[in-house]
Design a protein around this ligand. Structure first.
Ligand SMILES: [Zn+2]
Length: 334
């Protein structure tokens, strides 16, 4: 992806383009910002611009053999390194350091992108520090991190810091419509679900994964209505297996009840995040009291908070689904 295709993060991209234009490439960059805001996409684009065969001095062409290899992860001079298990280990950094001693194989620059750089072990960080202190020619290190807190201050001080931020929902929605040709109604849902994470929104737009997840979750929510307590415990166990997706699935449920509440009170489709589901919303909203919807929204918030504090997903879901039963149902003898 060329810079011009990346949505905003304008200040970060301006800074990197200026470095390209002036030919003043720093030997190390630290991209800092929340998950899903596009740090890796920008790092890949920067690697492309540094090695593009048709570079105009500001951006990559995106279509020459070099740009394509970098996008496909097969360029010998551009490496993306992610933690092995829980941490970025010294062996991983050592291997890169050795490689960095040699000039680029076919490009102009070697680019080493380190994902989750805050997960470097102390040994790995010290090993990296050595190469940052005596940087080889034609090598650019790009560290991606969500914060600088757990990085060695000596590493932070040797990198040029580039900050990435969460983006407003309206801007993400516009980007999905204009640059990814998504229908307005779907874009509105994905932008709301992304909660500022543009990179995540784009991934969802390209894979349609979140839209499929929404179908699954809405089907689940409608089935839950008629379940008794025992069935809910089984359902909680089943849903709890979707560990990584759980937070997004709860967000989908949250946006859904929020839309039902908004519809029951305002009947204004401009306020709906699930605009493409407005007929379903109009149909089932009357079967809930506003107070009940409000109650469910609070319960989902509490479940999300518990997950953030690393509570057991299955227990969190059991509590949520049981409490979602209306008080009369819960005491109904089974
Ligand atoms: Zn190119």
């Amino acid at each position: 992806m060329a810079f011009r295709e990346i949505v905003d993060q304008d200040h970060a991209i301006l800074l990197l383009r200026e470095a390209l234009r002036l030919g003043r490439i720093s030997h190390a960059y630290l991209f800092v910002g929340p998950e899903g805001v596009g740090k890796k996409a920008v790092a890949i684009s920067f690697a492309q611009a540094l090695n593009c065969l048709n570079a105009d001095g500001f951006d990559a062409c995106g279509s020459c053999p070099s740009c394509k290899k970098i996008a496909g992860g097969s360029h010998p001079d551009v490496r993306v390194t992610a933690p092995q298990g829980e941490s970025l280990k010294i062996d991983q950094i050592r291997a890169l350091r050795q490689e960095a001693m040699y000039p680029p194989f076919e490009g102009r620059w070697k680019v080493y992108i380190l994902e989750d750089a805050e997960k470097m072990t102390a040994e790995a960080a010290n090993s990296l520090l050595k190469v940052l202190e005596e940087p080889p020619e034609r090598v650019v290190w790009i560290l991606l991190a969500t914060s600088t807190v757990s990085l060695l201050p000596t590493i932070v001080s040797r990198c040029q810091m580039v900050r990435f931020t969460l983006l407003p929902t309206a801007l993400i929605k516009r980007a999905l419509v204009e640059r990814f040709n998504l229908p307005e109604a779907q874009a509105r849902f994905l932008a709301a679900l992304a909660a500022g994470r543009i990179g995540q929104a784009i991934t969802w737009a390209l894979t349609k994964e979140a839209l499929a997840e929404r179908e699954t979750m809405l089907d689940f929510l409608s089935r839950v209505e008629s379940m008794d307590a025992l069935e809910r415990l089984l359902a909680a166990e089943e849903l709890g297996k979707q560990k990584e997706k759980l937070s997004d699935l709860l967000d989908i449920a949250y946006l859904w009840y929020r839309d039902l509440l908004v519809w029951s009170q305002a009947r204004d489709e401009d306020l709906l995040f699930n605009l493409d589901k407005k007929e379903t919303i109009a149909k089932i909203a009357p079967s809930f009291s506003p107070r009940e919807l409000q109650r469910r929204i609070v319960l989902i918030e509490e479940a999300k908070e518990a997950l953030r504090r690393n509570a057991n997903p299955r227990l969190v879901l059991e509590t949520l689904l049981l409490r979602m039963m209306s008080p009369e149902e819960a005491i109904r003898p089974g």
